[in-house]
Design a protein around this ligand. Structure first.
Ligand code: FES
Length: 150
């Protein structure tokens, strides 16, 4: 459990039938659907581009693998050690990137992701940066390797 997510929990569970004691984050149905059933989870064998990024403020981490064919992202997988917001938004990042050219995928913004999941609580907005940063670094890794191969 991350430091951030442990702060979201009340110190002890509420008594049955009473309202929860601590602050509650409300996630919409799209976020919950992507958190409980994240898309494109896993790893690719011999990916064309890969990246692992972390958020030093909360310790969450994200790994992204991409498969690129004729400059199109034909497959993408992610694994996350992150909060519900990070998992849901990273799942959406993979959905947005799949089928796009590397140039188009590099232009996906944090706002695109937040809009695509129908919004996210203000204090969790930074979580969507993790998936975006991992995607961008995986694409840059691919572009570096492609350049090195000439
Ligand atoms: S709290 Fe770390 S990414 Fe969400």
């Amino acid at each position: 459990m991350t430091e951030e997510s442990s702060k979201d929990l009340p110190e002890k569970p509420p008594a049955p039938g009473s309202p929860p004691a601590g602050p509650i984050l409300f996630y919409n149905e799209i976020v919950i659907a992507h958190f409980t059933n994240p898309r494109n989870v896993g790893e690719l064998e011999n990916p064309d581009g890969e990246a692992v990024v972390g958020d030093p403020t909360c310790g969450d981490q994200m790994k992204v693998h991409i498969r690129v064919d004729s400059n199109i992202i034909v497959d993408i997988k992610f694994k996350s050690y992150g909060c519900p917001g990070a998992i849901a938004t990273s799942s959406m990042v993979t959905e947005l990137a799949k089928g796009k050219s590397t140039d188009e995928a590099l232009m996906i913004t944090d706002d695109d992701v937040v809009l695509s999941v129908g919004g996210i609580p203000e204090r969790k907005k930074h979580c969507s940066l993790l998936g975006i940063k991992a995607l961008q670094e995986a694409i840059n890794d691919y572009l570096r390797k492609a350049k090195d191969l000439g």
